[in-house]
Write a protein that binds this ligand. Sequence first.
Ligand code: SIN
Length: 489
Amino acid sequence: MIDLQIQSSLTDPSLLVDTAYINGQWCSAKDDATIDVINPSSKKIIATVPDLTVDQVRQAINDANTAWKTWKSSPATERATKLANWYQLMMDNQDDLARIMTLEQGKPLQESKGEITYAASFIKWFAEEARRINGETHPAPTSDRRLMTVKQPVGVCAAITPWNFPAAMITRKCAPAIAAGCTILVKPADLTPLSALALAVLADRAGIPAGVFNVVTGNAKSIGETFTSSEIIRKLTFTGSTKVGSLLMAQSAPTVKRLSLELGGNAPFIVFEDADIDEAVSGLMISKFRNAGQTCVCANRVLVHDKIYDRFTDSLVNAVRTLKVGDGFAENVTIGPLINENAVAKVRAHIEDSLQKGASIAYGEIPSGDDLFVTPTILRDVTTDMLPATEETFGPLAPLIRFHTDEEALKIANETPYGLGAYYYTQNLKRAWHVGENLEFGMIGLNSGVISMDSSPFGGIKLSGVGREGSNLGIEEYLEVKAWHIGSL
Ligand code: SIN
């Protein structure tokens, strides 16, 4: 089911579909079961998508395996061309794709357009990388031998993707898989399957053969179990919580799958006393409030040196005042709704816990309404025992923690089991090196609030996961290295 009024508001209504995409075919669930897709802004149902049966998902895996037998030996130029077509189609349909995203995810339309460009950039990047899958020759121990390595696709892959970036997390995983010669099944988040299905429409138009890219919608637990228990699926890639990531890791153990896991974070954002305060505030605004604070690399703990604490707080309050909360389609809105009630409750709990333990509100308020809109809020005098310091908030809350020395800042920053993103602002070269080398995170931004892009490896250490996406490394996750020994020469 699709809201027809919404469908007709698109330039190309055929991009909004309510059926799964398996082996080049559009299909409903065998038992006609469906899952509701809700607009978080209005809380109204905008569509339903199939809740596929286990048998249908198993059949999709078999079909992807059959498709792999041909795709794995397709020329690199063919894979590159088809990916480049897909990229172009995404850019040509950017406005419609953005509308679909704002409808199901809530982020402001301008931000959705930005995500479509970001998502498409991974397809372009890996279309180019497809032609650079190089092997090596190695010195052989004797003159009658030769030794070389070749790289080959790992096989059928599965991706489980999150609701916070309904398009970019799909392309960042699927484009390298397809470029490498793998086939892939995507299980999009139940909350945002429409963007995934729109991408499938375009993949089909781009000439990506049946079975190479598939979108299976339905129950997350059952599809996760079907993927992890399958002997055909050789690689699983997941973005989401550490709890679910470690469960998938355990479930994948019996079939010894390759894994890429991009899990939770608790990013510190450190502002040293010699920082350019205006730059630090701008960087924090991007890092903290992108997608209403619902990203794994959002600044979660803002550490500010005592000497500039008040000045920084005042500048930040002035910047946050300019944010406009509302429906993602309304003009000038910069903060859309949070994804659901649990997300709002978490922000509320973090503010309340901090206030009870002695923090105060520098700007904003405790969320109180029935809707999913949350005022961006700044807390001052936050200490390391308060909830925002120990847990990822995943909402528009900036807790300001005071520090006095570099070592204290580093200690607080690293005092987390997570290690995804970290940011720090300083003009001092010696400090910049020392802090950079000692931050225990997979990605660090020095005087930059932006650390996500096609050309940079994205991923974390510790409980934040394993593997890297994007960059020259992203495609390696989908390739096996075969050592080839030649004797008797
Ligand atoms: C994420 O939140 O999982 C991804 C964020 C990004 O790509 O910047």
